[in-house]
Every structure is written in C-alpha cells, then in structure tokens.
Design a binder for this molecule. Structure first.
Ligand SMILES: C[S@@+](CC[C@H](N)C(=O)[O-])C[C@H]1O[C@@H](n2cnc3c(N)ncnc32)[C@H](O)[C@@H]1O
Length: 239
C-alpha cells in the first residue's frame, strides 16, 4: 500500500469520493476532531483528511505506525478499533476506510459501538467497505478479508450500534463489470498465489481508471449508486 497508494487510481478515486461525502454530509464549518480508525500507512490522515481538522490515527499493527510516522503523522496510537484508547465524546468525525471487514477485527458490531462511544453527541462516522461476499477474489486472501458487505447489512449494523444512517451508496460502479469478469477469470485461471490487485501494473490505464472512478463522486455523494465494488456510509450518532 505504502508503495502504490500515492499514485494508484483506486486510492486517488476513492479520495475524491470521500472528500465529496465529507463536504456534502459532514459540512465542516469549523476544524473537526477526526479519528481515522485503522489508518494503515497514514495516507488519508496526512493528506485530504487533514484539510478538515486535526486527525488522530489508530492502527493495530506496528508497521502501520512506522509507515504513518514516515508520512509525518503526529497523532498516532497503536490500538485496536475494538478497544479505543480515548475517553467518550473525543471526536466529531470517525472515518474508517476498509478496516471493519478484516479478520483482525473480530467483531464489526463492537468496533462500531466503540466509534459511537468516542464520538461527541451527533458526531458522524464515515465508512468504506468492500461490497458483496460473492465477489471474494484472490485479493481478499491477500488483504485478510473476513467478510464483504451489502448496503443493507451496513445500514443495519450502523443502526444497531446507535447511529442514524444518513447516506449509503455503492462505489466503483462503472468498473464493476470489468472487476466481475476479472474475479471470474481468477477462479477459472488461477495466477500467482501472492498477487493482489494493488500489485497490478495498470500502466496507461491508471489515468483512465482514476478518471472513471473520480467521476462517480458527485453521484455517490448526492444520490447514491445502486451497486459497486465498495459500499460507503455516513451515520450520525443518536443524541
Ligand atoms: C486495508 S487496510 C486500510 C488502511 C487505510 N484505512 C486505508 O484506507 O488505506 C486495513 C487496516 O486495518 C488495520 N487493522 C486491522 N485490524 C485492526 C484492528 N482490530 N484495529 C485497528 N486496526 C486494524 C490494518 O492494520 C490495516 O492497516
């Protein structure tokens, strides 16, 4: 991730989508206190999230801390999303991008209750997760996928954890047919065992795919898209 995420179309496209979701649904009119739960290598927290306020990153793994420090992330804690080291009502916004689906998160419901606990009343959570369990592929093995989600499942989980769901949408919709073909191809013609989608050299397609994915951002933020490879949601903590 650290090697590719500054230029890979998927990260850049998802960043455009996330920005618009924040601008439309969080509408920050003052700097926010943000927790990036499962911050990975610190890319989001040190780039676009930092434009909306003060960002604290949490991740379970030492390598994540190391890479985030290389990116000059200041506020970091090595901890699990299942047991966050913060007092209640510490943050205005919790973001968590592609984390709750991991085998390292024993219970997504517990993690969401932790997010609700550390949020101020009426604070918001912004989630992104991989969609549809039937789409599991080789990449899922490499990134330790426990489960993939439908919009309905994510909505229910958020509601049960104490959030009012303000917006749910699929994302990465236009490239969906291509991805489905690729996943089907993988099961028919297995390739290298340790390959992941991030190691794909998309070459000249990088710009094209980035443009396609970024073009979905206004539709996702305003109306929502009916299917896709990822699912995104915005929830507001009940007061
Ligand atoms: C696919 S990466 C996503 C990283 C980052 N959010 C991003 O969008 O690039 C998943 C991250 O979740 C972290 N993780 C897995 N289980 C965790 C847990 N129980 N608590 C905190 N972080 C966890 C992993 O270390 C990894 O950095």
């Amino acid at each position: 991730m650290y090697r590719v995420e500054d230029r890979h179309w998927w990260y850049q496209g998802m960043a455009s989508i996330t920005r618009l979701l924040i601008e439309r649904w969080v509408q920050p009119d003052a700097p926010l206190k943000i927790l990036d739960a499962g911050c990975g290598t610190g890319a989001a927290m040190t780039t676009y999230l930092a434009e909306y306020g003060e960002v604290t990153g949490v991740d379970l793994y030492p390598q994540a801390m190391e890479y985030s420090r290389r990116r000059k992330a200041r506020l970091l804690a090595r901890a699990s999303v299942l047991d966050l080291p913060f007092v209640p009502a510490s943050f205005d916004l919790v973001t968590s991008f592609d984390v709750l689906y991991e085998r390292g998160v024993r219970s997504d419901a517990t993690a969401l209750r932790e997010f609700a606990r550390v949020l101020a009343p009426l604070g918001r959570v912004l989630l992104r997760l991989p969609a549809y369990d039937w789409l599991r592929g080789r990449h899922d093995e490499r990134v330790h996928t426990r489960r993939r989600y439908t919009a309905k499942q994510l909505r229910t989980l958020l509601e049960q954890a104490g959030f009012d769901v303000e917006h749910v949408s699929y994302a990465n919709t236009l490239l969906f047919p291509l991805a489905v073909l690729k996943r089907l191809g993988e099961s028919l013609f297995p390739l290298k065992e340790n390959a992941s989608d991030l190691t794909l050299d998309t070459g000249m397609f990088n710009t094209l795919f980035r443009t396609i994915l970024s073009s979905e951002a206004p539709l996702i933020a305003k109306f929502g898209l009916p299917f896709g490879l990822s699912v995104v949601a915005v929830g507001r903590k009940r007061s």
